[in-house]
Design a protein around this ligand. Structure first.
Ligand code: GLN
Ligand code: ZN
Length: 751
């Protein structure tokens, strides 16, 4: 049985690409230096896969920033404002990715969005009426030839034209139908060039096919591919899909003149059923995505081999469910983690071994083969990950636990009486500037250079200063500043049983930014009080209300590698119970305003709208309620969300039943306000009045202006005044000035 990998991580085993790119941005190395680093990464990645015996290895899966941007660049989808800068090709590319500010001009970057249901972000191509789509680049050809030089005959991976068009933003009058024929023509040119250079197989990645498709989409897809496939030039074409099943178009796809079709059997709930009930054409090869490209657990060979048997076709290639881009490089980097853990994990490199092993077991009497037996022993018992007490608590949850009483309106009245906040109360989202000294304090404590006492002392000093500053500025609801936190998920994970941390398991989030998600190893519970001491101390510094600051269960789960032996729902409930302990502890210690952040609430929302409720919202939203349902009526619960689309899930957000929600709004033109009004949103709201991503200080007038617009849609008694998000990336000076203006603006409106 042959094996296939859709794509490999490309940031370098030790994040070499990140460091080289950042040096290039600062002018510390030249273009040649950066190209050299990139070439070495590509070489190492290709040879790794070859050594592991993978039969179908991709080239052109590399990117300096993002593959969608590469595709835009390849076909000249480059807005004129970037061309006008007159930069070199690579610099122009980075200008689209990161924006450009310098002696040649000033342009913002292209918009960035989450890549389907992952935490990877792509750049949104912009097609305007002047865009002349034309094959101007050579990246796929160059990288194919380069791989050949390294001794690897690759399939050439391309983002397919259908997905590209569906993800692009049309900024003028033109629509997809105005440009699709031309784009198809240019793809055909590329195919013929690749054929002439000796490429044997081209992979078209079309993940958009796993979304809900209408008849226009299906026609568009068929038009594009019938043209491409009648101009194959002897090259084999693989249509690769991932992140779900292609139920809306399966029967059309199998009729096309494709040579190979790649389907996702991990996230595609209906994939097996589609193949079994509709059959799979005997003149094509199926690439069965069975090794999970998104999670880090060892593959269960028994399950995989039985699915392969059930598929019932002999002409199968074993593949990854999606690109391995979404998992870290290798377990070899993890020197501090014991084998008891590591044996259960497979990062990209280990997944290559899995592919080869499963392929070699297929069709044999594998039950008696050593690698199979060894694999199965991993699934026989992971007893240390289980906590009977936690499991019992989850089973004991009743419907009443999801309901906070009394109902919102009554609580709102009680809280107004007790808190006595002015109209348009002012607050912040939680973090204050994480200046050099703050980070140094944490690092030195972690390394053992600083004692616990010294570390705590420093943070207390920072908290006291932060409280004093907020009092001087005149804010109404204060925060402690979050100086103890590196990251809003890692910090909580470190205080929870059931979590495991890695040293170097970096995954690309966007461009040069990588994240290191913790792993949920077992049943989750709270080890000890997490934030109580900090919040208590902050409260002791002032007579004003201080808001406790927590991360919610959905966000904690969504930014971790989840378990596969229990459901996401079960894990979220366990985390919810752990965070509930913290909420109740804060309340018992006199903290009567508590914010539970759910920045990543939307992240695991299914790609198909028809699945939104049953597959996700129906348990994610109640899980949030579980966290706060037991607090007293006078305790005010806040939540916070940012940088995602909310308009279409407003009713679900209201159903979280928080008392106040603050969210990012200044970059989205306040569109969300209409949706709040339409949906009769009951929760009090603080739409951010200024963008915290820039050091620019917003003027009083600007904030008054934003508030005036908000007042047109939100009742005065429900409107809060706050920035978009946490202030941790800002400097001290601009933070102070901005908040002074914010308070001033609130006062003006009150007047
Ligand atoms: N409370 C967090 C902060 O202020 C929220 C961060 C976020 O929304 N991403 O930093
Ligand atoms: Zn935020």
């Amino acid at each position: 049985m042959n094996t296939s990998v859709i794509g490999y991580p490309r940031i370098g085993k030790d994040r070499e690409l990140k460091f080289a790119s950042e040096k290039f941005f600062k002018g510390e190395i030249d273009e040649a230096g950066l190209l050299e680093v990139a070439k070495n990464i590509r070489k190492e990645d290709l040879l790794k896969q070859k050594e592991a015996g993978i039969s179908c290895i991709s080239s052109n899966d590399f990117s300096f920033y993002d593959n969608v941007l590469d595709t835009a660049f390849l076909f000249n989808v480059i807005p004129q404002r970037y061309k006008d800068l007159g930069l070199s090709e690579l610099e122009t590319y980075f200008a689209l990715a990161r924006g450009y500010q310098g002696d040649k001009g000033n342009v913002k970057a292209l918009a960035m969005k989450k890549w389907f249901n992952t935490n990877y972000h792509y750049l949104v191509p912009e097609i305007d009426d002047d865009t002349v789509i034309s094959l101007v680049g050579t990246k796929p050809v160059d990288e194919y030839l380069e791989a050949k030089e390294f001794g690897v005959d690759t399939k050439v991976a391309l983002i397919g034209p259908f997905t590209f068009l569906k993800l692009a933003k049309f900024t003028g009058n033109k629509k997809i139908s105005d440009v699709s024929a031309k784009l198809t023509e240019e793809y055909i040119k590329l195919v013929s060039i690749l054929a002439s250079k000796g490429a044997g197989c081209i992979e078209f990645d079309e993940p958009y096919l796993v979304r809900d498709l209408d008849s226009n989409d299906i026609d568009l897809f068929k038009n594009i591919y019938s043209s491409i496939l009648s101009n194959k030039n002897g090259v084999k074409v693989l249509l690769q899909t991932y992140f779900g099943d292609i139920r809306d178009i399966y029967n059309e796809v199998v009729k096309l003149d494709l040579d190979l079709i790649g389907l996702d059997f991990v996230e595609g709930r209906k994939t097996l059923e589609l193949v079994k009930t509709n059959g799979f054409p005997s003149d094509k090869q199926l690439v069965a995505g069975l090794v999970n490209g998104k999670n880090i657990w060892r593959n269960d060979y028994k399950k995989t081999l039985s699915i392969l048997k059930e598929i019932g076709i002999t002409n199968v290639i074993l593949g990854t469910s999606c690109s391995l881009l979404h998992v870290p490089y290798t377990l070899e980097n993890e020197t501090k983690l014991s084998d008891d853990y590591k044996n259960h994990f497979a990062f990209a490199e280990e997944k290559l071994t899995e592919l080869s092993e499963i392929a070699s077991l297929f069709g044999t009497d594998y039950e008696n083969i050593e690698v199979y037996k060894k694999n199965q022993s991993l699934f026989e018992g992971r007893k240390d990950s289980e906590d009977k007490e936690v499991q019992a608590k989850v089973s004991a949850i009743t419907d009443a636990d999801y309901v906070r009483l009394p109902a919102f309106a009554e609580r709102e009245k009680i809280q107004k009486e007790i808190l006595k906040l002015p109209l348009f109360p002012t607050t912040t989202i939680g973090s204050f500037p994480q200046t050099q000294d703050v980070r140094k304090n944490r690092q030195e404590f972690k390394k053992g250079i600083k004692s616990k006492e010294e570390y705590v002392e420093f943070n207390k000093k920072k908290i006291a200063e932060c409280i004093k500053l907020q009092e001087e500025i005149g804010l109404d609801v204060l925060v402690h500043g979050e100086f103890e936190r590196n990251d809003m998920v890692e910090y909580f994970g470190e205080h929870l049983n059931g979590y495991v941390f890695t040293e170097k398991a970096w995954v690309q989030s966007y461009g040069t930014r990588n994240v290191k998600p913790p792993i949920i190893w077992g049943d989750v519970s709270r080890k000890e009080a997490i934030t109580v001491e900090w919040s208590k101390y902050a409260k002791s510094c002032t007579n004003k209300p201080v808001k406790g600051m927590l991360t919610g269960p959905v966000t904690i789960l969504n930014w971790s590698f989840p378990r596969e032996d229990i459901s996401i729902k079960e894990s979220i409930l366990q985390i919810a119970l752990a965070i509930r302990d913290e909420v109740l502890d804060l309340e018992a210690n006199g903290i009567n305003i508590i914010q539970i952040d759910e920045a990543a609430l939307r992240e695991k929302l299914p790609l198909r709208k028809s699945d939104w409720n049953s597959e996700y919202l129906d348990f994610a939203i109640p899980a949030f309620r579980l966290v706060h349902s037991k607090v007293k009526p006078e305790t005010q619960i806040h939540t916070h969300m940012c940088y995602s689309e909310f308009t279409d899930i407003i009713p679900a957000i209201d159903a979280m039943d928080a008392d106040v929600i603050t969210f990012e709004a200044s970059r989205s033109d306040l569109q969300i306000l209409d949706s709040l009004k339409e949906n009769n949103f009951k929760t009090e709201v603080g739409p951010g009045v200024y963008d915290i991503h820039s050091p620019r200080v917003p003027s009083v007038d600007e904030i008054v202006n934003a508030l005036t617009k908000m007042r047109a849609k939100i009742e005065d008694s429900k409107l809060w005044v706050n920035p978009d998000c946490g202030l941790k990336t800002r400097g001290d000076e601009e933070t102070k000035k901005s908040l002074i203006n914010l308070v001033e603006a609130a006062k003006k409106i009150r007047g």
